[in-house]
Design a protein around this ligand. Structure first.
Ligand code: 0X9
Ligand code: ZN
Length: 314
């Protein structure tokens, strides 16, 4: 294993190894899927965890749309590991009988690799843009209200850190997530990022709240529950808020999964709270406590999402 792997963070290679091992050691409940390929041709992995195929109650966890957010690989990976290793005791057993949990811990492997080899603070994918700059922001490339904002936090300038891309779903990493969600029809999708310690829910593109009162309440109340559940573990304060309160963006993951599929949709910004506390670069000793504090929140999310009614498509 590489130094980074030894130090506790996954690399592209060690993540593939570990996901393969989980699937091989637990074939009755875990199956590794290649859901697509990155710009540079790296496989994009998702682990399906559940007892029966053809279940309709499914939830998904995504990690690491942004390359430098290494902790956002580790929390969903640990969740996947925990679920397969505890599949015969409740509550996990019941979830896996009732439905499926899909985990894709590294949506942006090209960027992640680049943060190890060249620039630790790289954010976007590794698309070569017209004009010579590199990278589209995968968390601006989803197709709900895509491109409707033109601001520094959601930019049409290719060299910017938040470049939305030339069109919705222009990026293969984002198309892979789109196709997975379209196929599996998840009732909930939670996407991990770092940092700032926030529990965010739609909308991101507008300061208007979600129009549907029941959906608005479901998101706000679960976000507040998650905030409390997280705080109880190690005392860390994560703040529940509507995404646009942080800053406005169009084309983020949660706006699309809610706007297009009515899925229960959250973005969690993990540790730390601030740049002064380390920002994107946290020692590997923080992985375990961060996973521990996020576990009950992830569990609450699974509970609620599996129970969420199938959207009425009439
Ligand atoms: O900007 C992002 O994509 C996310 N923050 S990060 O620091 N990890 O880059 C937050 C996206 C949440 N959506 C909105 N703020 N609209
Ligand atoms: Zn991010």
């Amino acid at each position: 294993a590489t130094d980074d792997a030894a130090a506790g963070y996954h690399t592209v290679a060690s993540l593939e190894e570990d996901l393969r091992r989980l699937a091989e050691e637990h074939p009755e409940i875990a199956e590794l899927h290649e859901i697509g390929r990155s710009v540079q041709g790296r496989p994009l992995w998702a682990l399906r965890i559940g007892e029966r195929r053809g279940s309709t109650a499914k939830v998904a966890f995504l990690g690491c749309h942004h390359a430098r957010e290494w902790l956002a690989v580790e929390v969903p990976y640990r969740l996947a590991e925990h679920l397969v290793e505890n599949s015969s005791s409740d509550p996990v057993q019941q979830w896996l009988q009732q439905g499926e949990v899909w985990v894709a811990p590294m949506v942006n492997p090209d960027g992640h690799e680049y943060t190890r080899t060249d620039n630790r603070l790289w954010r976007k994918n590794r698309r070569r843009n017209r004009g010579g700059s590199v990278g589209v922001d995968p968390n601006r490339n989803y197709g709900y209200m895509w491109g409707t904002l033109d601001v520094s936090t959601s930019s049409h300038v290719p060299s910017d850190e938040t470049y939305v891309g030339p069109r919705a779903f222009s990026e293969p990493e984002v198309r892979a997530v789109r196709d997975l969600v379209a196929r599996e029809q998840f009732r909930g999708v939670l996407s991990y990022h770092s940092y700032s310690q926030l529990v965010l829910y739609p909308w991101g593109y507008t300061s208007d709240p979600i129009e549907d009162d029941a959906d608005f309440a479901a998101h706000r109340e679960l976000a507040q529950d998650m905030e409390q559940l997280i705080r109880k573990v190690h005392g860390k304060t994560y703040t529940a808020q509507q995404s646009s309160e942080l800053y406005p963006t169009a084309g983020d993951t949660s706006d699309w999964t809610y706007g297009e599929y009515d899925a229960l949709s959250f973005t969690i910004e993990l540790r730390p709270a601030s740049a002064q506390e380390g920002g994107f670069i946290l020692p590997a000793s923080q992985i375990h406590p961060c996973w521990e504090e996020n576990r009950p929140a992830a569990f609450a999310f699974i509970e609620h999402a599996l129970e969420r009614a199938e959207p009425d498509r009439s």
